[in-house]
Each structure stands twice: as structure tokens, then as C-alpha cells.
Design a binder for this molecule. Structure first.
Ligand code: PGA
Length: 255
């Protein structure tokens, strides 16, 4: 991935209608034209991807999905495959989000999904994150385990198509307890890099981009990009308001 930084919108199960989705998308697209080093990705609900693609013929914004199923095709009512996502114009897929893990997605399924995503030439936005922090630092081994099980058996040639998002559950969404500090983020970023270096070696580990997600806003993003040691962000709530999201993009682009 050639760009320097990346900001990914995770719209979750929003907005409520296609027309609203198109409005937000147009509001963001106007701004994105001017960025040189910043890649912007919008991960909308599946049903909007094809329509957003029509508004985005020059691919100024990259499109993504928020999940794919862990089987290739067949009798799986309601499920969406990696190949379907690719065929409607998405190039990214979020996998392992805490809101999916919460309703039963496990490490094995995430690993299967990642393999199918790569098979279909999608870039994988892998989310990891602990629920609580303990004083002894057990959460470090929890994070290591999430990374290693998700990436188990992944062919090296796909390393460049992986982005890892650190999303501590305590900082995600409306019920988040607090915002992460730049120092805390820097520590985790170094830790993730060490895990990746041990797994993939000194030459390749840097090909994997590391992002942060969890209550990112235009108010905290400057500190986090300047001192957090990350390549970008996954933004939930503030990506649904094009004005707020564009402010985040401006800050990341300038830093
Ligand atoms: P938030 O969501 O920015 O609303 O905390 C982030 C995410 O869950 O990806």
C-alpha cells in the first residue's frame, strides 16, 4: 500500500436510508480530492456499496465492507461472501470487529474469513482489542494471541494487504469510558510491531499498517497521529457526519 496514512470510516448499521448514505458520501468525496498522501476508505453496510460505487467512478474514495462470511458460497441464508463484496466494488473488508466478536465470531472464523478475503484480492482491516486493562498487563498476551490466531497460516505474500486496528473495547462507541492517551497508544503500537516482527521477520513486518479506533474525533486525532505511532484510524460515530469526518481527514493529512 503506497499511501502514507489511511482513515477508514466504519458506518456500522447506519445510516437508515440509501439517500442519507449518498449525502454523507458526497460530503466526504468533495474534500478527499485534495489529499495526496491520505487514503480514505468508507465501509458502509453491504446494501449501499454498489450505489456508492456509482458516485465514485474515479475511485477517489476506496470502498469496503464490514464483514464477510467464512464460507465461499452455497446454502448459507443471508450471508455475504468475500467474492460478492469484491464484485460490487469493495477493496477492503473489516474483520474481527469487537461488535462481531460479541455476538459469537471466534478466532477460527476470523482466520477463515481472512484467508477468503485474500483469495478474493481484498485488503483486510483486522480489529483487535481487549475488554479491560489489568494491572499485571495480561491484556498484552491477549492481544498477541488475537493477532497470531487471526494470521495463522497466512501466506507471506499477503502481508502488505493487512491493516491491524487496535480498538480497545473500553474506548469504542457511545458507552466508551475514556479516550486513549497518545502514550498508551504508542506503547501498544510498539508492542504490535514487536509481535509482527517476531512472526514475519525484520524485513517484512513494516509492510503491515497499524491503526487505532475508538472514539476518534477531530479533538483528539492530532495528538494521536503525532505521538501515537500509528498510520491512521478507524472512525465510527464521527464518520457519519461529513463535517466532523472531514475535520479528522484534514488533521491527519497535515500531520
Ligand atoms: P467509534 O467506533 O469511533 O464510534 O468509537 C469505532 C469502531 O467501532 O470502529
Amino acid at each position: 500500500m503506497k499511501f502514507k496514512k489511511i482513515v477508514i470510516a466504519n458506518w456500522k448499521m447506519n445510516p437508515n436510508s440509501l439517500s442519507e448514505a449518498e449525502e454523507i458520501f458526497k460530503g466526504i468525496k468533495k474534500r478527499v480530492n485534495k489529499f495526496k498522501n491520505l487514503k480514505v476508505v468508507i465501509c458502509s453496510p453491504f446494501v449501499y456499496i454498489n450505489n456508492l460505487k456509482q458516485l465514485n467512478k474515479k475511485e477517489i474514495i476506496s470502498l469496503g465492507a464490514q464483514d464477510c462470511f467464512n464460507q465461499e458460497k452455497g446454502a448459507w441464508t443471508s450471508m455475504i461472501s468475500a467474492s460478492m463484496i469484491k464484485s460490487v466494488g469493495a477493496s477492503f473488508v473489516i474483520l474481527g470487529h469487537s461488535e462481531k466478536r460479541l455476538i459469537g465470531e471466534d478466532d477460527k472464523q476470523i482466520n477463515q474469513k481472512i484467508k477468503l478475503a485474500f483469495k478474493n484480492k481484498l485488503k483486510v482491516v483486522l480489529c483487535i482489542g481487549e475488554k479491560e486493562r489489568d494491572e499485571e498487563g495480561v491484556y498484552f498476551s491477549f492481544l498477541e494471541n488475537q493477532i497470531l490466531s487471526a494470521l495463522s497460516g497466512i501466506n507471506r505474500k499477503f502481508i502488505k494487504n493487512i491493516l491491524i486496528v487496535y480498538e480497545p473495547i473500553w474506548a469504542v462507541g457511545k458507552s466508551s469510558r475514556r479516550v486513549i492517551s497518545d502514550k498508551e497508544l504508542q506503547e501498544i503500537s510498539i508492542f504490535i510491531k514487536r509481535v509482527l516482527m517476531d512472526k514475519f521477520g525484520e524485513k517484512d513486518f513494516n509492510l503491515i499498517k497499524i491503526l487505532y479506533g475508538g472514539s476518534v474525533s477531530h479533538k483528539n486525532v492530532e495528538d494521536l497521529i503525532q505521538n501515537g505511532g500509528v498510520d491512521g484510524f478507524l472512525v465510527g460515530r464521527d464518520s457519519l457526519d461529513s463535517r466532523k469526518f472531514n475535520k479528522i481527514l484534514d488533521v491527519v493529512d497535515k500531520n
